[in-house]
Design a protein around this ligand. Structure first.
Ligand SMILES: Nc1ncnc2c1ncn2[C@@H]1O[C@H](COP(=O)(O)OP(=O)(O)OP(=O)(O)O)[C@@H](O)[C@H]1O
Length: 336
């Protein structure tokens, strides 16, 4: 659609494989300057480690305006710019943000994405405005997106920096994965460990599995762990250092800890049947040994099951509120 809407710029022809040029539009720098009011600070909607993201406004052939997100890379990170385009070109899934085009000017590296008007999940969680069912639906969408990355593209893709700020929400509150700047590609359906450099990942230690810290390798189970960590703020109000301590004392205590720290905005809304399935899959994602973590396909199925159980119990629940009764007893050291 966008290839039809805009003429092609010739400035960077030949620098990219033909397939990329055919798949996405190349914008001129002046197009993007105009769309962001010359990269106006008031148009900034996000700041990454390697880039700044602006809200842009483009015009299609029929003269109607539409919004886009314009990611302007710091020049020293042009490798990441290239990697992200090559990767995004291969992705076609309703739960992955779509690439609209890019600008490969000598002094400006910019990627243009579809605009996600409800921004990132972390902002909604901070405001505490999402219902439990909506949170579950968002988790399912994210799981579908990750499952697609791991098994649906020509070679598996590991997102690597999944967290609530890289989960974006469209106008219908449908989640889409974004932030592919540090993603890795493996072999098809293969979770063969891939050695990587840790430097870029230091700001996401909370989402980083311990197996990586020890071995410096990446597999699909990295994303599964990060997904488990990303689920935590979806249900709980507690900080990651507590979880790090609780992991040492085992699964039952962790479950109890989660249950006691459920976000007050959704307390009483989670049915015990749903919680049992949800907590089980969340805890399995956080297993210390990667082989004991589920695949994203399994996570997706279990979360869909949890949602079905919630809907079923909501129909028959005449009291409106639920009480979760964990059978486990938390030792004083963890509870205090
Ligand atoms: N397509 C989009 N639509 C709307 N908002 C967006 C979009 N992309 C990014 N943003 C906003 O910008 C923030 C940062 O985006 P993103 O996670 O893609 O950058 P990042 O991966 O942190 O960047 P970097 O790779 O430079 O570290 C998001 O949390 C969101 O608020």
């Amino acid at each position: 659609m966008f290839l039809k809407c805009f003429g092609r710029t010739n400035s960077s022809k030949g620098r990219y494989p033909t397939i990329i040029e055919e798949l996405c539009h190349q914008f001129s720098l002046s197009d993007l300057r105009k769309s962001t009011n010359n990269f106006d600070e008031n148009k900034v909607i996000g700041r990454g480690a390697f880039s700044k993201i602006y809200e842009g406004c483009l015009q299609s052939h029929d003269a109607s305006d539409y919004l886009v997100a314009v990611k302007r890379f710091k020049l020293e990170y042009s490798d990441m710019f290239k990697k992200e385009i090559e990767l995004l070109c291969q992705l076609h899934h309703p739960n992955c943000v779509s690439l609209i085009g890019f600008c490969n000017d000598k002094n400006e590296k910019i990627i243009v994405y579809e605009y996600m008007s409800n921004r990132s999940l972390d902002q909604h969680l901070q405001r505490g405005e999402l219902s439990w069912k909506k949170r579950l639906e968002i988790c399912i969408g994210v799981a579908r997106g990750l499952h697609y990355l791991h098994t649906g593209a020509k070679r598996s893709i590991f997102h690597c920096i999944l967290r609530p700020s890289t989960i974006l929400l469209d106008a219908n509150m449908k989640p889409k994965l974004a932030g592919f700047g540090l993603s890795m590609q493996g072999a098809r359906f293969d979770s063969k460990p891939k050695q990587i450099n840790a430097d870029h990942f230091m700001d996401i230690l909370g989402y980083m599995p311990l197996d990586y810290v020890m071995d410096c390798v990446i597999t699909d189970k990295w994303d599964v762990f990060s997904f488990g960590m990303a689920l935590l703020p979806v249900v709980c109000a507690m900080n990651y250092s507590v979880i790090a301590i609780a992991r040492e004392v085992g699964r039952e205590h962790l479950e109890k800890l989660f249950e006691e720290n459920i976000d007050p905005n959704i307390k009483g809304k989670i049915s015990p049947e749903c919680w049992q399935v949800f907590a089980d899959i969340m805890l399995r994602c956080l297993e210390l040994k990667p082989d004991e973590r589920p695949t994203m396909g399994e996570v997706e199925v279990q979360l869909e099951h949890a949602l079905a159980l919630q809907e079923q119990t909501d129909i028959t629940n005449i009291h409106g509120e639920y009480t979760l009764l964990s059978k486990t007893i938390l030792p004083g050291a963890i509870g205090s």
